[in-house]
Write a protein that binds this ligand. Sequence first.
Ligand code: GLC
Length: 432
Amino acid sequence: MNREHRARLASQAAQILRENDRGAYTVPTKGLYPFQWNWDSCLTALGFASFDEDRAWREMETLFAHQWPDGMVPHIVFHQEDEGYFPGPEVWQTERPVPTSGITQPPVAGFAARRIHERSADKAESARRAAALVKKIDRWHAFLYTARDPRREGLVAIIHPWESGRDNAVDWDEPFRRVPHEGIAPYRRRDVEHADPAHRPTKEQYDRYLWLLEHFRHHGWDNELLHDVSPFRVVDPGFNAILIRSCADLAALAEELGMDAIARANRARAEKGLKALERLWSEAHGQYLCLDRTTDALIDSPSVGGLIPLLAAIPEVRARALGSRIEALGARCRFVVPSHDPADPRFDAKRYWRGPAWLIVNYLIADGLVAAGMDRVAEAIRASSLELIEKGGFAEYYDPMTGEPCGGNRFTWTAAMVLEFLNGAARQPAPA
Ligand code: GLC
């Protein structure tokens, strides 16, 4: 790709960020997702940082302004009314000053904050803004390692599939059988009005998502209770690896800012989490798997969640095995990285998180591969990602077999990841 070409893609990406900018936060895309989403915002901040540092910090500051008193950072902030989304604030009923959802999402904030600070041009201003966020991110991490890890195992559980960020992954099928799907209030889905129903979660899955929501609402959104009363408690290697990496990054950032107690606490969390992560390794699959906390058994589902641990400082032998696994997946589809292994009969090339490739996941994995010295595999992911954009535009996700763009279009975090890839994430290896 020549210089001119890169500049054109970068300017298209920046244009999408501006289009979806609502002043102090961005929406993931117009129509389908009209509010602020947690991990979308933190990853989008990385995109903003390449052309507007102030705006990058503001994206995260706005999200953290809605942190709950117990430290949780909600997965959606409903800044303004919008009829086009379900379930909206009237369903969640979390009683927050500005309505929010009542569950969380993958904690990428520590990772994003460190990266934005590292690259900042105005270090003094950046340090001031980072320091305020560091305290809040630390409280979020503390929340996760208590409320979601009540037995202090070093691994946190998600209590709703939406918390994983991979809403309808095959990973949840088995534990989801324990979640009832009857007796919920009648509802009208809005997602299927914006996107092709054949690509979206099924009705039965949606019923169960709502059953859990109503169950938690019934328990007053009290996070001291929710983990234990939830019939769905799953330890996702992706969520945990993101948290471990964010703890390590927050520790480094806090140290630089002279916040020693926070640095120590987060380093200890990362170390404990890394050791505990070994529990999720499957030799048979050559990757990590989810663990069902209610049965204490690994879930037989080779999804991309088990590759995201590349992002954390896992042992070299594990990183190498994941690198080979990604190469094997690459041989099974035209574009990497599929969210589920195409060799598994449950793979579904167009259905959301059951097969399609997502740029944010590609970015996180490529970052880990570079850190582990696997530049060639990282470069293949980067090339695949940019090719998808060129062929199909800035879509929500893509069919990994054909490259067909799916879901919403002009998608904010996809654009942010393009900026990151263009700015050198998963750089090409230096010529020998
Ligand atoms: C979907 C995705 C989730 C994302 C949200 C907004 O729910 O599964 O990861 O945060 O859309 O883009």
